[in-house]
Design a protein. Structure first.
Lengths: 278, 115
């Protein structure tokens, strides 16, 4: 969400000389690398920028000292940290390894999940701070430590990938939580359904209206049922459930599109603006 | 060393200025310069203001300005006033002691002759 402070800050930033603009952007980068709380970041940057903006004929270095990096580091170490940035990076890395996992599933043609995979989220947990320090080196003090963290990050990054690839190997079959070797079509179907379940859960979590929650629930049930069908898992009443969920899904998808078209039209409907068309 | 020394003293000076009236960043710099503290770079007050705010000694409030962007005005809190009293007490003790040492150096002091 763009706050009024950020809007004003961006406007003032756009009026600066290139050199001063770069110094402010460097400051932003350092605060981001230290996972400074967003609200606090814009609060302090806006205040500094306002002062700088109101003081004419003075450069960044004249106002904030000859070493902007050192100034930024001092500022960053005195501000509150927020875990939001860390978990955003964590989710990104997990997403990347899920992609690698699915890629392996397609290439190897085996949908297997090993107990070994439990380690991956923990490896990523160690990797994220190392990645942050390694990639955003300029935002931290001490070059010697930075080189070590970069090497450690690259090692962990590679090891995790190899770990995922080798978890599919037949030699580690006794560690498989489940193992499905079907046609590539079935494997793709399961993968798509797993993605649908994930998206459905996200829609359910993020939506506020009852309609969207019902839509998400039906889609999740359909995807779970479809996955069970692929694995040929039958349960009492599954035949009837299959029919019901298929019809419910078709009806829900149609209703969803009609609902969305209605929302889009609402903005162009003269009645909603209170104006009359002659 | 000079900047470290200045940082500690500046905290007290800024608090004192804010105690007298509600000020925003630019005002504080102007006031400091009026008191011949021109060695203070304009940007150096922001990490200090931030630190004082975090400690609960001052509070900031954004006010719309007719001339441009919003300004953040600072006001001292009760906690800040207590800290300022403490600071003033320590400063007087320190000032007295340091002055005594330096004055002794210039005087023809018998204690120095002993060395």
């Amino acid at each position: 969400m763009i706050t009024p402070l950020k809007r004003e800050y961006d406007h003032m930033l756009s009026t600066l000389d290139e050199a001063d603009r770069l110094h402010f952007q460097e400051l932003e980068g350092v605060l981001d690398a230290h996972y400074v709380d967003e609200e606090e970041k814009w609060d302090i940057l806006h205040e500094m920028m306002t002062h700088f903006y109101e003081t004419e004929n003075i450069s960044f270095k004249e106002m904030f000292g000859n070493d902007p990096k050192s100034y930024a580091l001092d500022l960053a170490t005195n501000t509150d940290r927020s875990s939001v940035g860390f978990w955003r990076d964590y989710r990104l890395m997990i997403g990347y390894y899920v992609f690698i996992y699915f890629l392996c599933v397609i290439i190897i043609g085996r949908l297997a999940l090993s107990w070994f995979m439990i380690v991956v989220p923990f490896l990523v947990l160690i990797m994220v701070p190392l990645m942050n320090r390694g990639i955003k080196q300029q935002a931290f003090r001490g070059p010697a430590k930075q080189t070590l963290t970069t090497i450690l990050f690259i090692l962990l990054f590679g090891v995790t990938k190899i770990f995922i690839i080798f978890s599919f190997h037949e030699r580690f079959e006794q560690f498989f939580l489940f193992n499905y070797e079907g046609s590539i079509f079935n494997i793709l179907r399961v993968m798509i359904m797993l993605a649908v379940i994930f998206i459905g859960i996200r829609i359910f979590q993020l939506s506020k209206g009852l309609f969207h929650k019902v839509f998400a629930s039906v889609i999740i049930l359909y995807a779970i049922n479809s996955t069970l069908q692929t694995f040929e898992i039958a349960w009492p009443g599954s035949a009837i459930f299959n029919e019901v969920i298929d019809i419910a899904t078709i009806l829900t998808v149609i209703a969803f599109f009609i609902h969305n078209i209605k929302i889009e039209n609402r903005f162009w409907n003269p009645k909603s603006t209170g104006k009359t068309v002659k | 060393m000079k900047s470290q020394m200045l940082k500690g003293i500046l905290e007290g000076c800024i608090l004192k200025l804010i105690e007298k009236e509600t000020l925003y960043g630019y005002d504080i710099i102007v006031r400091l310069k009026e008191f011949n503290l021109s060695m203070v770079s304009e940007g150096s007050i922001y990490p200090l203001l931030h630190k004082l705010q975090k400690a609960g000694y001052i509070t900031g409030r954004r006010v719309k300005s007719a001339e441009g962007p919003m300004r953040k005005y600072y006001k001292i809190t009760d906690e800040g006033k207590n800290y300022l009293d403490e600071f003033q007490l320590h400063w007087r003790e320190l000032d007295g002691a340091v002055n005594q040492i330096f004055e002794e150096e210039y005087d023809d002091n018998p204690a120095q002759k002993r060395i």
